[in-house]
Design a binder for this molecule. Structure first.
Ligand code: ADE
Length: 281
């Protein structure tokens, strides 16, 4: 199992501490999937964990890049990485398990969800806290690039939110153009393949905020990723909500501006959210 990193540089040696023998993992039922592979429930060292299996086609160096970043991340609003393992051609990431499933499934599942505005604002705030942490990492900010409710997991009876699944695929934009994918949450500069900064996460966060407030899926009636992004590029956004308090609407529309430099920082958003939320408890 150690062979993949045997030739690694000194900085990658710290990864060694994360390597786990595959025999320690007891895989259970499948709980999710993506273009990279599948996620299974599993038992590892007497705890329930989520194990993400990368298809053999995934580039080992891309996986190691993700693991290297993830191994430094420790925050209550981000799914923790416990270890990495490999077996035959596949690579496995051992992660904290979130029993509440994704925010997407909660919002748009078979049962119509019941939740308050305070709840919606709390999810958005927790998402902002996690992303602000990533953006504040040194020496370089970590950019999620694929924030959307499918990548936001719930714990503690839906009260806590944890971000998962970032940096997994080297070229996300190519995989996303194949279908609807993440187009509705993606900042125009990312979809275009232009140079982008952490401001792309601010755009996605605004769409997530709209989604938890509206309880609707953005651009739901359009199934073509290019059509969605063409509309976004042209300045179209999800419709403003009748019952939305003006200061929340102001924050949302500032965050989904077309020019990345016109969007506020995540640290600023956290500050504003903490102020706004006082009115809803
Ligand atoms: N699906 C994807 N990642 C997961 C996790 N960490 N816990 C539960 N379900 C997941």
């Amino acid at each position: 199992a150690a062979s993949a990193s045997a030739s690694a540089s000194a900085s990658q040696d710290s990864l060694q501490a994360f390597y786990v023998n595959f025999s320690e993992i007891t895989l259970g039922e499948k709980v999710g999937h993506g273009s990279y592979g599948v996620v299974c429930k599993a038992i590892w060292r007497n705890q329930l964990v989520a194990v993400k299996e990368f298809f053999a086609s995934a580039e080992q160096k891309d996986i190691e890049k993700e693991v290297k970043q993830l191994s430094r991340v420790k925050h209550p609003n981000i799914i923790a990485l416990h270890g990495i393992s490999s077996y035959q051609q596949a690579t496995y990431l051992i992660m904290e398990y979130a029993e509440g499933g994704s925010l997407h499934n909660f919002l748009h599942g078979k049962v119509k969800p019941v939740y308050s505005l305070a709840h919606a604002m709390s999810w958005a705030r927790q998402c902002a806290e996690g992303v602000a942490y990533l953006h504040g990492m040194t020496p370089k900010p970590l950019i999620h690039r694929d924030l959307k409710p499918l990548n936001l997991l719930l714990t503690n009876k839906g009260r806590n939110l944890k971000i998962c699944d970032f940096g997994t695929v080297a070229d996300k934009s190519t995989m996303m153009t194949n279908n609807r994918g993440s187009a509705a949450w993606m900042a125009p500069e990312v979809f275009e393949g232009s140079k982008y900064t952490e401001k792309c996460d601010i755009f996605s966060w605004a769409i997530v905020l709209w989604e938890v407030l509206s309880r609707k899926q953005p651009f739901k009636d359009i199934d073509n990723a290019y059509t969605i992004q063409w509309k976004i590029y042209k300045g179209e956004r999800p419709p403003l909500l009748d019952n939305c308090p003006k200061h929340i609407e102001q924050l949302m529309t500032a965050c989904w501006k077309t020019a990345p430099e016109d969007r506020p920082s995540m640290q600023y958003i956290v500050g504003v959210m903490n102020e706004i939320i006082k009115d809803y408890v």
